[in-house]
Ligand binder design. Structure first.
Ligand code: SF4
Ligand code: SF4
Length: 436
């Protein structure tokens, strides 16, 4: 049912959930950390749909055969924590499902950090949680699993619209809705002076244009003035970054604060800076650039002189990929570094440093219904091969109907009509449906 419903990781990764749930694991973890500043989806879903999320999570637990199902949520969301605890008791799943409170630090929602915080286990370098007996799913994904058990496929997406705007809100919209329609809910009509981040302020890229469409992975749209600090940082070209990076003073703050380094991995961004600035050719050392999660902490928080160590990692990684040089870890097990707990970055400090303090406001869930005239459902909204259309131009489809299937013997996800109407395009990257 999960496969048929076209569920993919709703936290932003887009990995097909049915494949994840084929594994057998000791633990299943619910990622409700939502550590990206300003995003407000998961915390509200857990408050509004606790029963559905717990039931979906419990169903996933049974599928992977886990003994323990742990919900990771920041302790600061006191009301949600108490609702979840109460509903776990009421649903009589307390023997398996448990709420674990997380600190308000970034990046608490990084899958590998979450695994460590909830189980004390460290995912190996370049590894995935199943290597230490864990499967991780996002809260919205658990909600979608519950919906799948009711034969309801994924056709809608919850999105937070936030930033330097009059109306901050969270809203449910049909997959394939034009992004510009969602942006206009912000109260702005013209976006000439603004830039939009697709996702959270830390890891989300800036949208090159606003002509896109909502996918199953869209989580947040952060609207900021073009001259905002964060936008200026994020629009720095690799060429500019490399020039500025020559000022690296090797203080190693980027390394000492790096979440992956603190987990015990051998990722040391200050050494990568050395590699580029002094044209060192020790390939073995360079390979650790593959271990960077691109959380952006070094670049947007840790470096005291505002350099670009993450971009430098990307630069080195790209050069290695061009030469077909891959990373392979020789070490089977890792231990978090002893001083890790003293080096966590509090979200409030991060938000202040990013210049988002004034925009760190509630973005309440709204009942607004968007009825786009036409939706463009992307064939590839997930990791794997694009879906193959099973409808043709001129066909009439109903909301929820299958319109694209997974190619034979491939990793992928099915896609469904998000509105009822007539198929007007199946070529290129989208299946477009015009409303009845
Ligand atoms: S972006 Fe920086 S802080 Fe984050 S994992 Fe990579 S090197 Fe570490
Ligand atoms: S924190 Fe900045 S200056 Fe210090 S080693 Fe890292 S990149 Fe260089």
């Amino acid at each position: 049912m999960v496969k048929e419903a076209g569920i993919v990781g709703a936290g932003g990764a887009g990995f097909p959930t049915h494949v994840k749930l084929e594994a057998k694991a000791e633990y299943i973890l619910l990622n409700g950390a939502e550590c990206e500043p300003l995003l407000r989806v998961d915390q509200q879903l857990m408050e509004l749909f606790p029963d559905e999320i717990i039931k979906g999570f419990e169903a996933a637990r049974k599928l992977v055969g886990a003994n323990k199902a742990l919900i990771g949520i920041k302790g600061k969301h006191k009301k949600v924590v108490s609702i979840l605890k109460e509903r776990i008791e009421a649903l009589q799943v307390g023997g398996f499902v448990e709420v674990k409170e997380l600190e308000d630090a970034y990046p608490a929602g990084d899958e590998q950090i979450l695994v460590y915080e909830l189980t004390g286990r460290v995912v190996p370098e370049a590894g995935i949680p199943i290597q230490v007996g864990c499967v991780v799913i996002n809260s919205e994904t658990a909600l979608n699993i519950y919906q799948a058990s009711m034969n309801v496929p994924v056709t809608e997406k919850f999105i937070t619209v936030a930033g330097d705007i009059p109306n901050r809100l969270t809203v449910k919209v049909p997959v394939g809705t034009p992004i510009i329609d969602v942006l206009k809910l912000s109260g702005l009509q013209s976006f000439d002076d603004y830039a939009v981040i697709d996702g959270g302020p830390m890891m989300g890229p800036i949208m090159s244009n606003l002509n896109g469409f909502v996918t199953k992975k869209t989580k947040g749209l952060i609207i900021l003035k073009k001259q905002h600090y964060l936008i200026r940082r994020k629009t720095t070209s690799m060429e500019q970054a490399r020039r500025v990076n020559k000022a690296c003073e090797q203080c190693r703050m980027c390394t000492d604060m790096c979440p992956r380094y603190l987990l015990g991995h051998n990722l040391q961004p200050h050494k990568m800076m050395r590699v580029t600035n002094y044209a060192l050719d020790a390939v073995e050392e360079q390979k650790s650039a593959y271990l960077c999660s691109q959380c952006n902490l070094c670049e947007l928080f840790s470096c005291p002189i505002g350099l670009y160590p993450k971009s430098n990692n990307l630069y080195i990684k790209q050069k290695l990929m061009d030469k077909n040089i891959r990373f392979q870890s020789a070490q089977p097990a890792f231990n978090a570094r002893k001083n890790r707990e003293y080096r966590l970055v509090p979200s409030k400090r991060l938000i202040a440093k990013l210049g988002l303090y004034h925009f760190d406001q509630p973005a309440p869930m709204t009942e607004i219904t968007l009825n786009p005239e036409i939706v463009y459902v992307k064939k590839s909204q997930h990791v794997g091969a694009p879906a193959i259309p099973v409808v043709s131009v001129g066909d009439h489809v109903s909301a929820g109907q299958l319109i694209g299937k997974i190619p034979e013997n491939s990793l992928g996800a099915a896609i469904h009509a998000s509105i009822s109407g007539t198929v007007v395009e199946t070529e290129n990257d989208f299946i477009a449906i015009r409303r009845d």
